[in-house]
Design a protein around this ligand. Structure first.
Ligand code: GLU
Length: 288
């Protein structure tokens, strides 16, 4: 396979745990086996939850386990202008609208509705602000009302002429038809976070020339939406591998809140890097 580039893209909102080590290893091992390159990327767009000390810990913990990657490491917080430009591109296509709804008003509307379609992240946005007249939109914007920017998924699909989009599931070697509408009109930007995970990750995979996105099964559904953003913004579509999530002895997913299972905590208890990597490799399903 030519020019394989994979990446591990953690968010520095806590210390890494065994599940992260496994995910990093899946991407690292895939690149190694195909004579490719493995990149590390820091996804720190959430200025409230991300902390520099967690970023430092990511570097230290991964290096301790024996991972290596080229410098400089891309940190999303330094590329807000790129994400902002992409938002303007979508805006110019007429695909974004301001949404003035609060979380509470959305919940209320859903509770009052006869049917509330659900997507991978919960109930879909019912679309109240999509239906606002241009005059009302302008007036509320003019008044400085706080708002998010949502993607009008229906209009986006229409713009693409109703031609179905596809992405390749590298693991199964099959082409999957993208169904981005399962998310409804997603938020792509808010005042306090001027870009969303979906937009930043899709752009970065393109900018960094990622050929194979190797990431957890929990992000499989997001790939449908990422495929739509690629089509709208003229970005390349990598091949996707979604690895199973490493679980503990009880079959429970590792989570950042399990402080005792962070790589730091295990190291402090005297567990060696080699022992952790053995655990990680044995929990691994080999990717083709
Ligand atoms: N930053 C995401 C996370 O920590 C992963 C993004 C991805 O691999 O696409 O869950």
């Amino acid at each position: 396979m030519d020019g394989v580039i994979t990446r591990f893209a953690p968010s520095p909102t806590g210390y890494l745990h065994l599940g992260h080590a496994y995910s990093a290893w899946c991407a690292f091992d895939f690149a190694q086996r195909h004579g490719g390159r493995f990149l590390l990327r820091i996804e720190d767009i959430d200025t409230v939850r991300c902390r520099p000390e967690y970023t430092e810990a990511i570097f230290a913990d991964l290096a301790w386990l024996g991972f290596y990657w080229p410098e400089p490491v891309r940190q999303q917080s330094q590329h807000m202008v790129t994400y902002g430009d992409a938002l303007v591109q979508l805006q110019d296509l007429g695909l974004l609208y301001p949404c003035f709804c609060t979380r509470k008003s959305i919940q209320q509307e859903i509770a009052n509705a006869n049917r509330a379609p659900h997507g991978p992240d919960g109930p879909l946005y019912p679309g109240r602000c999509r239906a606002l007249s241009m005059a009302e939109r302008m007036e509320r914007l003019h008044e400085g009302q706080s708002h998010a920017l949502r993607l009008d998924v229906g209009r986006a699909l229409e713009l693409l002429g109703g031609v179905p989009l596809h992405w390749v599931d590298g693991e199964q070697g099959v082409e999957i038809t993208a169904t981005p509408e399962i998310f409804g009109d997603v938020v792509l930007a808010r005042k306090e976070s001027p870009t969303s995970y979906h937009l930043a990750v899709t752009l970065d995979d393109h900018v960094q020339g990622i050929s194979h996105v190797v990431r957890g099964e929990d992000l499989r559904q997001a790939t449908h939406l990422h495929r739509l953003l690629q089509a709208l913004l003229g970005l390349r579509t990598p091949i996707y591998h979604h690895h199973p999530l490493l679980t503990d002895e009880q079959g429970k997913r590792y989570a950042k809140r399990d402080k005792s299972l962070t790589l730091r905590a295990l190291r402090a208890e005297g567990v060696s890097a080699e022992a952790i990597m053995q655990r990680v490799r044995s929990g691994a399903t080999l990717l083709a």
